[in-house]
Write a protein that binds this ligand. Sequence first.
Ligand code: APR
Length: 234
Amino acid sequence: MSYQNIVILTGAGISQESGLGTFRDNGGLWAEYAIEDVATPEAFAANPRLVYDFYNMRRAELLKDEISFNSAHQALADFESHFAGQFKLVTQNVDNLHEAAGSKSLIHMHGELQKARCLFCGHISMWEDDLDEKSICPSCQDTRGMRPHIVWFGEMPLQMDDIYSLLADCDLFVSIGTSGNVYPAAGFVQIANDAGAHTVELNLEPSQGATLFKEKIYGKASEIVPAFLKGLGR
Ligand code: APR
């Protein structure tokens, strides 16, 4: 079967072998931190220092020498560069490993650690350093308005109209390394099923929505993603 319109969704599991922890596995980030303390607009209003520190720590982690993309990120970028049809990679991840591997047609639906957004003028800037209350917006020069460009719980993920129209047209939907706990991403498989697409789960273990997928392959992303994409041909 050759596919013409492919949508791939990735989650924290694809970056696990790159050295970045997931959220809900044993010892994951949400075992160490309470979501309501660090990942909501209310948390940022109540205790901005704690929220800044949480994302500063995660942003700094990306710059460590030992953190680099793995063969799953690489295989996706290689596939995209040779694929003749429509291809879109939608990631829930806020790390930069897909672009580091060379992915181009990419939507960061939950934002990006290496960007900051000004609450006053809305400008989005690249941001590799720490962020705090004194950070200055490079566009409007205002202070106290810079926040991580991250979609927090209770906020609308980015580019949802684009994503829904891609899903409605796709003939293959592949979900990689996500536990299927967080909507709207967890609902993408159903939209793709309704569109008549073939749907595939590639994960370490069955996700919450595993039964919704027509095909499932379980194992480490670094092994099963390259093998699956090779099997698709071009
Ligand atoms: N290869 C493949 N899958 C893996 C690997 C691996 N090496 N390691 C872990 N996994 C799988 C786990 O089995 C789990 O099902 O990756 C999944 C990670 O799930 P979560 O930690 O819940 O991460 P994710 O699904 O991306 O979370 C969604 O939740 O907190 C929010 O905004 C955050 O984007 C995130 C969203």
